[in-house]
Design a protein around this ligand. Structure first.
Ligand SMILES: Nc1ncnc2c1ncn2[C@@H]1O[C@H](COP(=O)(O)OP(=O)(O)OP(=O)(O)O)[C@@H](O)[C@H]1O
Ligand SMILES: [Mg+2]
Length: 259
């Protein structure tokens, strides 16, 4: 049983116009085995939260903590955070030309476990995981994400998730751009990871369609850099019906928020 506790987190990004604070007091507690859906308007800071937790160098923590079983991961390097058990499936997975999927996955697994996986079981685990995600075995020798379609990149993220077995996974729009079959296949992968390892999930999404496959215990609304409302699964349906206007800062609406 593990706990991820985000406490009063403020973070900024360096922009051409100077420093801009995006996260403005984020509080959230997630336990092993829980699935939290995070919904909110474009530009509200959801990906910034994901990147800040994962340790992207562009985002600077102004104050606050993110405690993984009591250890503040915000003070750690990104690879140390991964070792502690944090995983991020990015909204826009990066291409890594020249590094094959096989090498990348094996290197990541070795770094996270502190020892290389046994060749025979690893090769079997990799090919089984790929098969379950309906990924052609040719992907193993291709460079990480290079030339992958949008949906193939998302499958590759879930492949990592299944093989690396983190304690907590942040899934940043892992459902975006998936066709109906891929949505089901990717969701099954996430659910397998949850069943096998007791994974805690923070699932950032704009659509309730994925919530039919990956059932959230808790739904949060994120607006203007913080959580503004928390509820049960019914909150997602309400958001789909009514939009975010009532949760936006006074004087703005979802059409003007990006203006
Ligand atoms: N390098 C940057 N320069 C300028 N603004 C930035 C930079 N990085 C992030 N921002 C701004 O921070 C805000 C939050 O962005 P973020 O990507 O976290 O939003 P989001 O909630 O994930 O939105 P979406 O639902 O569209 O993915 C946006 O207004 C974005 O333009
Ligand atoms: Mg985003």
């Amino acid at each position: 049983m593990a706990t991820l506790e985000i406490k009063d987190l403020y973070a900024s990004v360096e922009t051409k116009e100077g420093r801009k604070q995006i996260l403005k007091g984020v509080n959230l507690t997630v336990h092993s085995g829980e699935t939290h859906a995070i919904m909110g308007p474009n530009g509200s800071g959801k990906s910034t939260l994901a990147y800040t937790l994962a340790g992207h160098p562009k985002y600077e923590v102004d104050s606050g903590q993110a405690l993984l079983d009591g250890v503040d991961i915000l003070k750690q390097k990104p690879n140390e955070r991964a070792k502690e058990g944090l995983f991020l499936a990015m909204q826009y997975p990066v291409e890594v030309p020249g590094v094959s999927m096989t090498n990348f996955l094996r290197t990541a697994k070795t770094e996270i476990d502190g020892k290389a996986p046994a060749i025979r079981t690893w090769t079997r685990d990799l090919s089984e995981a790929m098969k379950k995600l309906r990924m052609d075995s040719k992907f193993a020798s291709r460079s990480v994400n290079e030339g992958f379609s949008g949906g193939e990149k998302k499958r590759a993220e879930v492949l990592q998730l299944e093989l690396l077995r983190p304690k907590f996974a942040i899934l940043d729009e892992t459902d975006s751009g998936l066709d109906v079959d891929a949505l089901r296949i990717v969701s099954e992968g996430v659910n397998r990871a949850k069943d096998n390892t007791g994974l805690g999930i923070l699932m950032i999404t704009h659509y309730t369609r994925i919530l039919k496959y990956i059932k959230p215990d808790i739904v949060h609304v994120f607006s203007n850099g913080r959580f503004v409302k928390t509820g049960g699964p019914e909150l997602a349906d309400e958001l789909e019906d009514k939009g975010y206007d009532q949760y936006l800062p006074e004087g703005s609406n979802s059409e003007s928020a990006l203006a």
